[in-house]
Design a protein around this ligand. Structure first.
Ligand code: LP5
Ligand code: MN
Length: 246
């Protein structure tokens, strides 16, 4: 099975979501099945990530240990960056036993082709966000940010989160969604592969007709304290699965 999840937004303030995630990992990385499974994390696994030197945080330790254990059991784990955790780096990847993927990433399986992305890059109507995104993805900006003391980076991230919540109140749902024309171009550029993404927190399955070809777009749900969601591919079908506390 191949599993896709995104937008877990894990932090010390989400003990319920962390429990759901650990239970999910333990199930799909059970020694009887781990080697037959694969996990794709499509961004915003963490509420924020300010640099790999923040791995000492006990909450981060707990999540990294769970990922490393699942990986050691034979589960292949792949991760894309989200807009909140784009600073996850190779030190984190090594510690968690996973590989970092580019965004977008084309996943070819013997039966089907998928294109995976966090999704934020296609929200082009949200100009304020795209400007912020372009700036904060620049290597010189990131180097300057990472050179600041950890405490200061944590404070900046907390401030940015607050500013983001305030900014979103003034934005319409349409503005924060993927731009339809950009999405069609994206599907064309990626061979009309089935598109799986997160970010918008608007779970749905959309049908696009691009150049007369039917293309599906599966939007993953974000997680909360008492519910997660995984999408699974068994070689024939995509299925949504609710993850609930045991
Ligand atoms: O995340 P979410 O769902 O709330 O909203 C996103 C967009 N917001 C963001 C910001 C993140 O929430 C917080 C980022 C924390 C990162 C930690 C590392 C910091 C590194 C920085 C330096 C390398 O992504 C939101 C979208 C929404 O998705 C829907 O798509 O609308 O966009 C915004 O809120 C952006 C605002 O509109 C503009 C913000 C201007 C802030 C300017 C400050 C610049 C100075 C930066 C100082 C480091
Ligand atoms: Mn996001």
């Amino acid at each position: 099975m191949i599993y896709f999840i995104s937008d877990l937004h894990l932090s010390p303030r989400t003990p319920g979501a962390i429990r759901l995630f650990k239970a999910f990992l333990a199930r799909i990385a059970h020694p009887d099945v781990a080697r037959n499974n694969r996990l794709y994390l499509l961004g915003d696994c963490f509420e924020t990530w300010v640099g790999d030197d923040d791995m000492e945080d006990p909450c981060h330790q707990e999540i990294i240990a769970a990922l490393a254990q699942a990986s050691a059991a034979g589960l292949a784990i792949h991760l894309q960056h989200g807009n909140r955790d784009f600073l996850l780096g190779q030190d984190f990847a090594r510690a968690a036993g996973l590989t970092l993927l580019p965004d977008p990433y084309v996943l070819s399986t013997p039966q089907w082709q998928f294109v995976l992305s966090h999704g934020d890059a296609l929200c082009t109507d949200d100009e304020a966000y795209q400007q912020f995104r372009a700036q904060t993805r620049r290597p010189d900006w990131q180097a300057a940010f990472l050179a600041k003391p950890l405490r200061e980076r944590l404070a900046i991230a907390a401030q940015l989160r607050q500013q983001s919540e305030v900014a979103k109140r003034g934005k319409s749902a349409y503005l924060m969604d993927l731009n339809p024309g950009e999405t069609d171009d994206f599907l064309r550029q990626h061979g009309y592969a089935t598109f799986i993404h997160g970010h918008t927190h608007q779970p749905a399955t959309h049908d696009h007709i691009v150049d007369g070809i039917h293309v599906e777009r599966w939007v993953l749900a974000d997680w909360s304290e008492d519910r997660g969601e995984a999408l699974s591919w068994d070689g024939a079908q995509l299925r949504r699965e609710s993850l609930l506390p045991s």
